[in-house]
Design a protein around this ligand. Structure first.
Ligand SMILES: [Zn+2]
Length: 132
């Protein structure tokens, strides 16, 4: 591992997000390279400094404004049909595939006499039967 490798992984290294073998590689490099060791030390100190900062919650008014704006933007997104069309199409396809075979008026395989009739027969709805 060279200096460029170490610097590319420095944040993950300091945050403890690297796999063990890469941590070992960075550790080994930092034993030999003072510059990378100093960078790692500086990053650790910076993180410690951040952790020592007081944590303050955002004012309730700011939180309410943010939540309100996110909701408003969500509604705007819902008003754009092209954003929902793929989802609606997928939901419709699933509903059709799940519900149609279970429809009570759908011809079952026991009532159909031939495979040809089964594939071409349309389900008769009770309403249409009354009209006839
Ligand atoms: Zn180095």
């Amino acid at each position: 591992m060279n200096c460029g490798d170490v610097r590319a992984k420095l944040h993950a290294y300091v945050d403890g997000e690297l796999p063990v073998n890469e941590i070992t590689d960075v550790d080994s490099h930092c034993v030999e390279c003072r510059e990378c060791a100093a960078l790692a030390r500086a990053e650790r100190e910076f993180r410690q400094l951040l952790r020592r900062q007081p944590r303050e919650a955002a004012p309730a008014e700011l939180r309410a404004r943010i939540v309100s704006r996110v909701r408003r933007e969500s509604v705007v997104a819902l008003g754009r049909p092209w954003l929902l069309a793929p989802i609606a199409a997928a939901v419709a396809a699933v509903v059709v595939m799940v519900l149609l075979p279970a429809h009570p008026s759908w011809p079952s395989s026991s009532t159909s006499t031939s495979p040809t009739r089964r594939s071409t027969a349309l389900p008769s709805s009770p309403r249409l039967t009354l009209v006839r």
